[in-house]
Design a protein around this ligand. Sequence first.
Ligand code: ADP
Ligand code: AMP
Length: 216
Amino acid sequence: MKVVLLGPPGAGKGTLAAAIKDGLNLLHISTGDILRAEMKGGTPLGLEAKRYVESGGLVPDELVTRLVENKLKNCGGTTNGYLLDGFPRTVQQAEDLDKILSTMKTQVDCALYMEATLPVVLQRLTGRRVCKSCGAVFHVTNMPSQKEGVCDKCGGELYQRADDKEETIKNRMDVYVKSTSPIIEFYNKQNKLKKVNADKESQEVKEMALRILKNG
Ligand code: ADP
Ligand code: AMP
């Protein structure tokens, strides 16, 4: 199963992917996580991506698409497929993804649109905390770690992403509306779009998503 997770920043794409990937035996591919790892490692790609990511803009399509293409072609046959999180983010990327998958004789099965309202995503983004070591995602009030500032999974230090500061969030929302939201119609036209109300609490979101992914 090849699933694209759509929705604004803060809708809960990463949280949902982490919650369902093992049960469905799907690989979670987050372009944001990959870019942050490259930035942390100071690789040429990370250095190139940094200025876009930190300002809340989009990394150029060719760069991200190449990254995803490598990942898809090298992820082997050990899982039942993947959950793409944060990619595609432009119609160009969605078209390129279709081309890449068609050369691999496969296609996107479902685009799961996590529909969330603006006040909800703003509250989620400003309170998001991420583990520096393992990338696990928490929220200061919605999903707090047991010990403040410490990851429940690995004991790593929790931090606030530079692009989760209020000034940058505004830019990311504008970019989402202008460049990413047209993808919803792209998958609607292909009859692949399914929606979940992502304003709901995480257990309910997970159950709705699983129902859709298991039953079509
Ligand atoms: P995205 O990957 O779409 O940007 P995340 O999965 O990182 O979003 O979630 C954003 C923030 O909201 C995180 O701090 C996460 O803990 C919290 N969160 C995710 N889903 C929910 C939910 N259903 N209800 C409340 N908080 C949530
Ligand atoms: P995310 O973790 O999905 O919120 O992504 C964080 C940042 O990484 C975004 O604001 C972009 O700067 C960059 N990014 C992630 N995925 C993409 C993509 N598919 N295309 C362009 N930029 C991306």
